[in-house]
Ligand binder design. Structure first.
Ligand code: HEM
Length: 413
């Protein structure tokens, strides 16, 4: 392959990544600037002094995610780590599904895909409905005093997905607060590497004990079925099952919880659009896709490393070079979405990148969509008149976390 064309290389010092936001509900303006410059890939400098390619356009992000020339193996030398916490996670030797490449990835993914097939996800609806109804009903029955407020994050966004994933996996609900706290630390972009590793180790020890108990007496829940159908016939080892359980427990609640908070915020800020959905409930599934597009909860996007020389959008990426995919930028790409900076709950933007794409596309997406649809419908019906109890400027956003969102959402209705 030829050398990188000088026309596409920025000779200036690469800009730092991640870039700061100006407005909490929009991605960093520097990303839009890079898209406008028309350069498909840009060199950026990371916190540890290393550099990587940053991809900001929808089409090229999809190209990378669908290309077999990229690996997700974070232990490869030169794999880009966007934050200190990402580096701490990458330093641990766990064989997470998200960081496996084929054929190992294909084997584990195939085993798990059965548990997230449409029939299985449809059977999860009563669990999701019950968790959402119970929490929303409790709120509806005890509205705040006229000058008071309720924190929707604490009362709904955090407990709802955590309760659901506990029920699905077969993890006792009384242990929910323990793993919620440990996940919070594990996903914190500013926690020290020691804290991140300790949080993962605690989750591992807890689930190791739980799985050993379940192995003696498996119930008809996701982990019980994996014990009977996969562990006992030797398709999965105990260690592999433990890693799957840990991933599902973490992936299954942190991202969804943050989306629930952002959905509450969006309804409170756009009462006209909430009214439109109340009158046209058939728009709710599309509205959830648009909310996923607009908010892009994966704060720093996805990372990959090239395993072969490959051209992306005309730019040569050499084997061994790291690539960062700014999903929040791709979701606001004017070439992929009309008026991308507008939240339009009637548009149904299912081509968003929030669940990733390609072989690692979010396995839990059907469950996440179900949860978000149920919670959105419940909020519209039971808390009409939802509004912020403080100005938006006073809200604290999760700039430092791997998953973006709002820390607390004081509301009235
Ligand atoms: C709004 C909620 C969610 C968002 C935004 C989200 C986002 C993502 C993204 C972007 C990926 C791809 C990672 C990569 O390519 O490197 C992913 C993978 C994954 N997600 Fe989700 N997720 C959500 C909810 C869930 C839920 C509820 C579960 C499970 C119960 C789940 C389980 C997984 C698993 C197992 C993978 C790894 C798939 C693989 O590597 O093949 N996610 N998720």
């Amino acid at each position: 392959m030829t050398a990188i064309s000088s026309a596409t290389v920025d000779t200036d010092e690469p800009p730092p990544f991640p870039m700061p936001r100006r407005w909490p509900l929009d991605p960093p303006p520097a990303l839009a600037e890079l898209r406008r410059r028309g350069q498909p890939l840009t060199r950026v400098r990371l916190w540890d002094g290393s550099t990587a390619w940053l991809v900001t356009r929808h089409a090229q992000i999809r190209e990378v995610l669908h290309s077999p020339a990229f690996s997700s193996d974070t232990s490869s030398p030169g794999f880009p780590k966007a934050t200190r916490a990402a580096a701490a996670l990458a330093g641990d030797a766990t064989r997470w599904l998200v960081r496996l490449d084929p054929p190992e990835h294909t084997r584990i993914r195939r085993i798990l895909a059965k548990e997230f097939a449409p029939r299985r996800v449809a059977a999860m609806r009563p669990i999701v409905q019950c968790a959402a109804d119970t929490l929303i009903e409790r709120l509806a029955e005890a509205p705040p005093e006229p000058d008071g407020a309720v924190d929707l994050v604490r009362e709904l966004a955090l407990p709802m997905p955590a309760t659901v994933i506990c029920r699905i996996l077969g993890v006792p609900n009384e242990d929910r607060e323990f793993f919620q706290d440990r996940t919070h630390v594990a996903m914190s972009a500013d926690a020290s590497p020691y804290e991140v590793r300790a949080a993962f180790a605690d989750l591992r020890d807890y689930l190791d004990r739980l799985l050993r108990e379940k192995e003696n007496d498996p119930a008809d829940d996701l982990l019980g079925r994996l014990i009977v159908d996969q562990l006992r016939p030797g398709e999965l080892t105990h260690e592999e099952l433990l890693t799957i359980a840990r991933l599902l427990l973490i992936a299954g609640h942190d991202t969804t919880a943050n989306m629930v908070g952002l959905i509450g915020l969006s309804l409170a800020r756009h009462p006209d659009q909430a009214e439109l959905l109340r009158e046209n409930p058939q728009l709710i599934p599309g509205a959830v896709e648009e909310l996923l597009r607009y908010h892009s909860v994966g704060n720093h996007g996805l990372s990959r490393i090239a395993t072969a020389d490959v051209r992306i959008g005309g730019q040569l990426v050499r084997a061994g070079e790291g690539v960062l995919l700014a999903l929040n930028s791709g979701n606001r790409d004017e070439a992929a979405f009309e008026r991308p900076d507008v939240l339009d709950l009637s548009r149904g933007a299912s081509a968003h990148l929030t669940f990733g794409a390609g072989i690692h596309r979010c396995l839990g997406a059907p469950l996440a969509l179900l949860e978000l649809e149920v919670v959105l419908a419940g909020l519209l019906e039971r808390l009409p008149g939802l509004r912020l109890a403080v100005p938006l400027e006073q809200l604290s956003f999760r700039h430092d976390m791997l998953t973006y969102g709002v820390r607390a959402l004081p509301v009235r209705w």
